[in-house]
Design a protein around this ligand. Structure first.
Ligand code: AMP
Length: 289
């Protein structure tokens, strides 16, 4: 038997009324922020929220302020009806899907700027991106008043930025980060994979293949970051149209570059294949000394 569809709410006043009622019944509320076009990666976050909370809110909002002027805001897939069906399947309670004008009033003038962890990697390649992310996520935290919020390790740096923001601004919410969900062939699930033609979808496997090579090298005792990055670069370059934004080995907490792999190290990369920018990452664990 399928679950009923989640309650669909599109305005903030109604969202608050519904959730005040839920909180009045002492329910623990979980929030899963998304931009829709839901796939198994998103649904794994809903599963985690449901396992730890009594009531699960999923926001579906393609946030204009986190897209650069030359990025895919207009083109981004919007599939609300299919998303609601998927959320019914996995038992979400409420879908919050506001219009852009409901979220950003014309006079909107306040932005959240996170320092250090927001600066390298995605921050360098996508100026203003994390300002948009931190602002919308803080707004969602304030609108929903959830006890816990669920994010994917797929966007590792985003989760780090949100953790920093919530801690620095004393937001009373627990931040949970869930593992990357991959297709059987290893490609990390992403709403943007839908842009790829079948041959480009095949070429996109170089991201995961390069991470697998990094895992093997480090497990085999390689400690020199430059050597690992060079091997990853060679593998990515086997996709003839691949454009590399970055391939980096960084400290998993500070996101600062690591020269010598001594402890847990994050391998992260961003690569454009056929006009579609893809990101992926993996935490590398060197063998004990
Ligand atoms: P998005 O809709 O792309 O903004 O993603 C919404 C949330 O889902 C973010 O916390 C992402 O990190 C998470 N997410 C996206 N893809 C995956 C995936 N393949 N595995 C796990 N979480 C994911």
């Amino acid at each position: 038997m399928t679950n009923p569809r989640p309650q669909l709410v599109t305005d903030v006043a109604r969202l608050r009324r519904v959730l005040d009622g839920v909180r009045g019944r002492s329910k623990r509320i979980g929030l899963v922020p998304t931009m829709g076009a839901l796939h198994e990666g998103h649904l794994s976050l809903v599963g985690a929220a449901r396992s730890e909370c009594d009531y699960t809110v999923v926001s579906i909002f393609v946030n204009p302020s986190q897209f650069g002027p030359a990025e895919d805001y207009q083109q981004y897939p919007r599939t609300l009806q299919a998303d609601l069906d998927a959320l019914a399947e996995c038992g979400a309670d409420l879908a919050f899907a506001p219009a852009a004008e409901e979220v950003y009033r014309p006079e909107h003038a306040t932005w959240v700027e996170v320092g250090s962890v927001a600066e390298p990697l995605e921050g360098r390649c996508r100026p203003g991106h994390f300002r948009g992310v931190a602002t919308i996520v803080l707004k969602l935290f304030n609108m929903v008043g959830a006890d816990a919020a669920y994010f994917g390790q797929k966007d590792y740096q985003q989760a780090a930025v949100i953790r920093r923001m919530a801690a620095d601004l004393d937001v009373p919410i627990e931040i949970r980060v869930c593992p990357i969900v991959r297709h059987d062939d290893g490609l990390a699930m992403s709403s943007r994979n839908a842009y790829l033609s079948p041959p480009a979808r095949q070429r996109a496997l170089v991201l995961w293949k390069s991470l697998q090579a990094a895992i093997e090298l480090v497990a085999g005792g390689q400690r020199d970051s430059a050597a690992v990055i060079e091997r990853m670069r060679q593998i990515v370059a086997t996709a003839e149209d691949a454009r590399i934004d970055y391939i980096a080995l960084v400290d998993p907490d500070t996101l600062e570059p690591v020269d010598e792999i001594r402890g847990r190290t994050l391998a992260a990369l961003a690569v454009t294949i056929e006009n579609t920018r893809l990101i992926d990452n993996h935490l590398l664990q060197p063998p004990p000394d």
